[in-house]
Design a protein around this ligand. Structure first.
Ligand code: GRF
Length: 220
């Protein structure tokens, strides 16, 4: 059976891209990364794609509509079934978001809807929360909004600075993103309004990252 063809949009380091590439190295994983697009040249993420033999290109277009048109063409030509934003730091044109509704996901390093936008770890520290985490969600026109697929909870430690908290959250991101893409590839996500349900229930590996019930039981 053909695996889900995934196109990844990046702007920089590409460690989440790497997590997806690593997951897809297992032939049993139901998705493969077929193309990587960066809006910036010479970033580490492009080198990661190249060293895994994945088609990769730079679309440096600063005009939002022109970027969207070029990216859309590349993704369609590559017969992509899912677009995954992974550290993609540009706003997307509304028509692009509409064209890929429920077929485009993003990862954000906070428990949305808390701390959307830039520097979510800094926002979390400033708010004094005891837990933060990361979220994989379907993309909507408004930045860091859209139906939530999966979340992972990460504790904030006393004395954390932005770098330490970001590292701890990033480790969770690298587990969560491949799991969420797997659920999509298996056709198990149903979107109704702002809510996503997983047919067959959350598999145990994701439930561990979405500690519904268990966490509060432990605290009680
Ligand atoms: C990640 O923290 C991701 O959640 C956010 O930007 C960062 C990208 O890191 N959207 P990387 O490029 O995947 O290493």
């Amino acid at each position: 059976m053909e695996r889900l063809r995934v196109g990844v949009l990046i702007s920089g380091r590409g460690s989440n891209l790497q997590a997806l590439i690593d997951a897809a190295a297992d032939p049993a994983y139901p998705a493969e990364i077929v193309t990587v697009i960066s809006n910036r040249g010479a970033v580490p993420g492009l080198a990661r794609a190249a060293s895994s033999g994945i088609v990769n290109l730079v679309i440096a277009e600063t005009d939002r509509a022109a970027f969207a048109a070029a990216a859309d063409r590349v993704l369609r030509e590559a017969r992509v079934g899912l677009v995954a934003l992974a550290g993609f730091m540009r706003l997307l044109d509304a028509s692009f978001v509409a064209a890929w509704t429920d077929r485009m996901v993003n990862i954000h390093p906070s428990l949305l809807p808390a701390f959307p936008g830039l520097h979510p770890q800094r926002q979390a520290l400033a708010a004094g929360v005891k837990f933060s985490g990361c979220t994989v969600h379907f993309v909507r026109a408004e930045v860091d909004t859209g139906p939530i697929i999966a979340q992972a909870v990460v504790p904030v430690a006393d004395g954390d600075d932005e770098t330490r908290l970001a590292e701890r959250i990033l480790a969770a991101e690298h587990r969560l993103y491949p799991l969420a893409v797997r659920l999509y590839a298996e056709g198990r996500l149903r979107v109704a309004g702002n809510k996503v349900t997983v047919t067959g229930g959350m598999p145990p590996d994701i439930a561990a990252l979405n500690p519904s019930g268990t966490l509060t039981e432990k605290l009680a």
